[in-house]
Design a protein. Structure first.
Length: 202
């Protein structure tokens, strides 16, 4: 399958949207943090991160694409509020997560994390610790691979000792034909250097 096109648009809500054939990727304007929505050609849906108070930004994107009631996957790159604070809002707005809510495991001593944990554990898919190197099949040739986790880097065997929450984060690469997308939260330059040597250009 060859990639037909990639179009990057700046929408009225200041989100960046990438369309590749029938693949849609939205980078929503959620303030300081991140918020990504992926809708694959087969209709699989993935939400990665959302800042506190911005859950409606993500649910608006989902509903505008005819997605209601549930999504397939949710990913929390790490446990800072600007990345997980709005994920519980999405769930409590009426979106179940059917397959899995992936994160780095362990715990984090903030009320925001506790709210996130309670919400994702209530979903059908539940809270699941990501597995380094595991590949999620999103249908029609789209895959999502976990490439960093708690300081470890996929394939190279390299790792760093995380010095903060950012360094402990989950990163993924979404692949569709010739198109690769890296989403890494706030991982540090040391991990990015090792990862770049391992996976090449994205």
């Amino acid at each position: 399958m060859s990639m037909k096109r990639i179009v990057i648009l700046l929408s009225l809500i200041l989100s960046i949207t990438i369309f590749s054939a029938d693949m849609k990727i939205y980078f929503a304007d959620v303030g300081q943090g991140d918020g990504t929505v992926i809708i694959t050609p087969s209709g699989k849906t993935v939400v990665i991160d959302c800042e506190s108070g911005e859950g409606s930004t993500i649910t608006d994107i989902l509903s505008s694409n005819g997605v209601s009631g549930s999504i397939d996957y949710m990913v929390a790159t790490h446990y800072h509020a600007e990345h997980i604070g709005g994920l519980d809002e999405i769930i409590y707005a009426g979106y179940d997560v059917d397959m899995a809510c992936y994160d780095r495991g362990y715990s984090y001593g903030t009320p925001t994390f506790n709210n996130y944990k309670t919400a994702v554990q209530s979903t059908t898919g539940g809270r699941i610790t990501a597995s380094l190197g595991s590949v999620i099949d999103l249908g029609d040739g789209v895959t999502m691979t976990f490439v960093t986790l708690n300081g470890e880097v996929f394939n190279s065997g390299g790792s760093i000792e995380p010095s903060n929450e950012n360094d402990s984060g989950v990163s993924v690469i979404v692949q569709y034909g010739e198109f690769d997308l890296f989403i890494g939260g706030d991982i540090g330059d040391n991990q990015k250097g090792v990862l770049g040597d391992d996976v090449g250009d994205v």
